[in-house]
Design a protein around this ligand. Sequence first.
Ligand code: CP
Length: 308
Amino acid sequence: MKEGGFKGRDIISIRDFSKSELLYVLKIAKQIEKNPNPNLLKEKILSTLFFEPSTRTRLSFTAAMERLGGQVMGFATPGVSSVKKGETLWDTIKMVEQYADVIAMRHPIEGSARLAAEAASIPIINCGDGSNQHPTQTLVDLYTIQKTKGKLDGLKVGMLGDLKYGRTVHSLAIALSHFSTTFYFISPEALKMPKEYIDELKEKKIKYEEVVELKKVSKELDVLYVTRVQKERFPDPVEYEKYKDFYKLDKSLLPFIKKDLKIMHPLPRVGEISPELDETPHAVYFEQAGNGIPVREALLALVLGKIK
Ligand code: CP
């Protein structure tokens, strides 16, 4: 972190946030959503550097910056940048900081966001570094849970799918551990939550259960957070083929869930949730993507020092 408060601060890992800081960002997001200010970031420039594909994160950052009166430049694929000619990440950041006030970056290598923050004198916002962290998605997820469940404390949250490689589940589990959550980690044996996250929950005395079958725990859940099996992270494509269709949620699940269960999905779905669930009151994944705008507006305004 570059200094106290949010001004000038890098957003690299959800571990860098205290509970009160998480709640503060959500509060600012709510305020901005209620009272939009189209001039708040006038004359500020966001650079979006995406070394991996994205729809939600890159476009909602773009929409957030533009709705606050700022401008956006960058690339959606490294193939159109000087990275293609061999420029290092360090040098790319040193170049881009000459043109922008803040950088939102996604990169396939774990730890790349931290490296970029060391290189930069302007705030770096981690939009996903390999399987590691996706802190802005976590803030979007918390905002969505708070809005749709009316609270964050004391919920029973199921996380389903690829818990091994899923950076959004890693970040969200850490954040929810501040809120007396009971976790149900639902995955095939080979895609379990990594030991370091389980150890962290144990140390904090957080309740959790690990299961393979969703229906064993589905009646308990207040929130079901579904993730895609991350093809791009599998070292062996044969392994991916084994697990890609492991979970397929459809209307046959409805008798086995609470009436007010909310189903979230932070990522592009590739078959884990049937579209027949979209029209049910359980599905909040489109609303979740929309919440990316107020939350990222809040983060941009905070790190650029326009809101204290
Ligand atoms: N949530 C998320 O990372 O989605 P995108 O890959 O579409 O940005």
